[in-house]
Design a protein around this ligand. Structure first.
Ligand code: PEP
Ligand code: MN
Length: 352
C-alpha cells in the first residue's frame, strides 16, 4: 500500500501516519519528493484498512498495490489453471485447449433437449448446457421446468455422454442441482448474490461464473473469490456481455476482458456470444473473435426449432450457422496454439 501525502503536509502529519502504521505492526518507508512525500507500507493490509488512513490530516490518497482478490489472483498462482468437468473429470477447460459448450437456453421437453444435445455433440461440443431454473427478467416469462428439467438433463447425459452445466438461481436449490449437474452456472443476474456464491463454493462441483452485466472486472473476480474462499477453486469465468449505450444488440461482448482477466487471474475464461448478442447472426463472428483473443472456450445456445423456443429463440443456432461455428471451433484454436478439447478427450482420455 502507498500513502500519498498532500503537497503541504507537515512533518507532524507525516510522523503521525508512520506512528499509526507502526502501531499495528507495519513498517512505513518515507520518500520525500520535491513536491510531495509518499509513504510505502509493508505489513498486513487488513490491519492498515482499519486505520482509515484516507481520513488522516495531510493524506491526499491511498493506493493499493496488491490485488484485493487473493485465491484467484495470478500474484499467488503464476500458472493459469485448467478446470476439469464431468463424473470422470474428463473435459478440460483451460489454457491448452478450446472447449465448445452448447445446448438449449432452456430445457423444454425431453425430445427438444435430446435433439439439441445431439446437434451440439455432432457439432463437436463436449459439454451440454441447458437451463432448468431460468432467471427471467419478467416474472411472467417461462421460469424453467425446475427439478423436472434437471432430470431431463441427467437422462440426456446418459444417452449422449455429455456432462451437463446448468444454472442455479437460489441457494436453496444448490443441493438438488448438484445431484444432477456436473457444473453449476451462476448467471449474470446473480453474480453478486454472495450467499449463493458461498453455497456453490461448498457444493464440490466446478462452477461457471458469468460476469454481471454491469460488473467491473474487479467485481467479477471478487465474486470468484467468494467461491474460492469456500474451498472451491474450480471456477471458470464467462464473459457474457455488458450493458452499454448501444441498442443494436442485447449486450456488448467485452472481448478485451478475456486477455485482461487472464493477465491477472489464473482462472479459465470463456465467452458466451449468444447471451451477449441476443441475435444469431453475431454469434459465429463473436466466437471467432473470442478464439482469436485467447478465450478458453465458448458456450452457445442451439435449438432444433428456434421459432418454438420458450426462451431466447432469436439467438439459437442450427443448420449452417451451427456448422460454421463447428468449423471455427475445430480450425481456429490450433492457429492460436490450442487443441480442440474434443481432441484432447479422445487422445488422453480422462484426467484421473
Ligand atoms: C443462460 O446462460 O441461460 C443465461 C440466462 O445467461 P446470462 O445469465 O448470461 O443472461
Ligand atoms: Mn437464455
Amino acid at each position: 500500500m502507498v500513502v500519498v501525502m498532500k503537497p503541504d503536509a507537515t512533518d507532524e502529519e507525516i510522523a503521525h501516519v508512520t506512528e499509526r502504521v507502526e502501531g499495528v505492526g507495519g513498517e512505513a518507508f518515507v520518500s520525500r519528493g520535491v513536491v510531495r512525500t509518499i509513504i510505502g507500507l509493508v505489513g498486513d493490509i487488513e490491519s492498515f484498512h482499519g486505520l482509515n488512513l484516507r481520513t488522516m490530516a495531510g493524506v491526499a490518497d491511498v493506493h493499493r498495490i496488491s490485488d484485493p482478490f487473493k485465491l484467484v489472483s495470478r500474484q499467488h498462482h503464476r500458472d493459469r489453471s485448467t478446470v476439469w468437468v464431468g463424473a470422470d473429470r474428463q473435459v478440460p477447460i483451460g489454457p491448452d485447449t478450446f472447449t465448445f459448450i452448447a445446448g438449449p437456453c432452456a430445457v423444454e421437453t425431453p425430445q427438444q433437449t435430446l435433439e439439441a444435445a445431439e446437434m451440439a455433440k455432432a457439432a463437436g461440443a463436449t459439454l451440454l448446457r441447458g437451463g432448468a431454473f431460468k432467471p427471467r427478467t419478467s416474472p411472467y416469462a417461462f421460469q424453467g421446468l425446475g427439478v423436472r428439467g434437471l432430470e431431463i438433463l441427467a437422462d440426456v447425459r446418459e444417452v449422449t455422454g455429455l456432462p451437463v452445466v446448468t444454472e442455479v438461481v437460489d441457494a436453496r436449490d444448490v443441493s438438488i442441482v448438484v445431484e444432477h449437474a456436473d457444473m453449476l452456472q451462476i448467471g449474470t443476474r446473480n453474480m453478486a448474490n454472495f450467499g449463493l456464491l458461498q453455497a456453490v463454493g461448498e457444493a464440490g462441483k466446478p462452477v461457471l461464473l458469468k460476469r454481471g452485466m454491469t460488473a467491473t472486472i474487479e467485481e467479477w473476480l471478487m465474486a470468484a473469490e467468494y467461491v474460492a474462499q469456500r474451498g472451491n477453486l474450480d471456477v471458470v469465468l464467462c464473459e457474457r456481455g455488458i450493458r452499454t449505450f448501444e441498442p443494436s444488440m442485447r449486450n456488448t461482448l467485452d472481448i478485451s476482458a478475456v486477455p485482461a482477466v487472464q493477465a491477472i487471474s489464473h482462472l479459465p475464461v470463456i465467452i458466451d456470444p449468444s447471451h451477449a448478442a441476443g441475435r444469431k447472426d453475431l454469434v459465429v463472428p463473436l466466437a471467432r473473435a473470442g478464439i482469436a483473443v485467447g478465450a478458453d472456450g465458448v458456450i452457445v445456445d442451439v435449438h432444433p426449432d428456434p421459432e418454438s423456443a420458450r426462451c431466447d429463440g432469436p439467438q439459437a443456432l442450427l443448420g449452417n450457422d451451427l456448422r460454421a461455428l463447428a468449423q471455427a471451433c475445430r480450425q481456429l484454436p490450433p492457429v492460436v496454439g490450442r487443441e480442440d478439447a474434443a481432441q484432447r478427450i479422445r487422445t488422453v482420455g480422462s484426467a484421473v
